[in-house]
Design a protein around this ligand. Structure first.
Ligand code: UT7
Length: 340
């Protein structure tokens, strides 16, 4: 018999349940395979596949920006939700690769989709940003501040990739995923959320250049400070710890056990990280939705694209309990349990 989620302290004090009423995603057409990469840097398909699980990734065109991908994902989510753009009260874009430092990429999306009544802001929580957005949306909706929130995870990581660094350039890809959140009577919707950060680890995954510390100068660009810097092994270790703990916190708050979860949708960074979490949670890998073989790590977009694919392909069905869990630079991590 299906277990009922318990009223968590958070949901007990909230007035309204919050559901995802539409999802959408977009990835660029251009495919870069491991084979292609082996002609660019000293690597092999075998190394990339066994160390990461990635086979290919999508690359946005030069003139295709984060806001363009975000817009395409958003329009699909709006269509599925059967709402008009004018009904959107708030647009949140989680991204580490905004179109510009300002204005917010969310403002560009607003212009593109004609969401004239929305307030717009970007979320800087790296790969974990989409679920930070879900948490923020939930807070605004349950408090009756807003009714309809568009949350987008979008990144053009290939615009900040050092294509001569084999340690990082094989990992990333471009894309966007979106969700419309709204109160929907009767449904459980979002049951629990958990977000967290640890600023002690700002130096294991970061882009040093482009901000006030290290403005864009020819010299800084010459030193590749405008690209991703990462201590892969350390990030790997912290990722497993943070995602496992975040998953447990959201489950605990929901009053559910991992056995109740029909599908886990994790951040798509490395298949070995996902296997490590499956191991710790004590469930088979088949219970996870994985698409990193096709897209690589698309940062804030990854979990949002996976959610949309799982939704549209029937991998998650009405009434299923779904656990999403992510981590990223910061470090940041987040988890959400939803009754679909
Ligand atoms: O969204 C969060 C973003 N980041 C992540 O999630 C990354 C987390 N970390 C990882 O996924 C893994 O640590 C990596 C995939 C980045 C690396 O895997 P690893 O098993 O930790 O490998 P390693 O860094 O220990 O490197 C092993 C060897 C090294 O050679 P030596 O020093 O043992 O001779 C590397 O130089 O593999 C070498 N190597 C490569 N060889 C072929 C590193 N990158 C490559 C490559 N092709 N692309």
């Amino acid at each position: 018999m299906k277990r009922q989620p318990r009223s968590s302290p958070r949901s007990a004090k909230t007035q309204r349940t919050v559901s995802i009423i539409g999802t959408g995603s977009y990835v660029p057409e251009k495919i870069l395979t491991n084979e292609d990469l082996s002609r660019m840097v000293d690597t092999t398909d075998e190394w990339i596949t066994t160390r990461t699980g990635i086979k290919e990734r999508r690359i946005a065109a030069k003139d295709e920006f984060t806001s363009d991908m975000a817009t395409k994902a958003a329009l699909k989510a709006i269509e599925q939700a059967n709402i008009t753009a004018a009904e959107i009260d708030l647009i949140l874009v989680a991204t580490a690769t905004p179109d510009m430092l300002f204005p917010a990429t969310a403002c560009f999306v607003q212009k593109n989709i004609g969401a004239t009544n929305a307030a717009c802001l970007d979320i800087s929580a790296a790969c974990a940003g989409f679920l930070f957005g879900v948490e923020i949306a939930q807070q605004f909706i349950t408090s009756h501040t807003h009714d309809t929130v568009l949350v987008i995870g979008a990144d053009k990581l290939t615009s900040i990739t050092n294509w001569t660094d084999r340690n990082t350039c094989v990992l990333f890809g471009d894309g966007a995923g979106a969700a419309i959140l709204r109160h929907r009577g009767g449904a459980h919707g979002v049951i629990s959320t958990h977000i967290g950060s640890d600023g002690q680890f700002t130096d294991i995954l970061f882009m040093p250049g482009g901000g006030s510390r290290c403005p864009i100068t020819a010299e800084n660009v010459g030193h590749n400070l405008n690209t991703i810097h990462m201590s892969g092994k350390e990030v790997y270790k912290q990722a497993v710890i943070a995602m496992f703990s975040a998953a447990q916190k959201a489950l605990q708050q929901a009053g559910l056990s991992i056995e109740d979860i029909a599908c886990v949708i994790p951040h798509q960074a490395n298949l070995r990280i996902i296997e490590g979490i499956a191991d710790r949670l004590g469930i088979p890998l088949e219970r996870f939705y994985v698409n990193l073989d096709r897209y690589g790590n698309t940062s804030a977009a990854a979990v949002a694209i996976a959610l949309d694919e799982a939704n549209r392909t029937g991998r998650i069905k009405a009434g299923d309990f779904v656990l999403m869990v992510v981590f990223g630079g910061g470090l940041t991590w987040a988890s959400t349990v939803i009754e679909w």
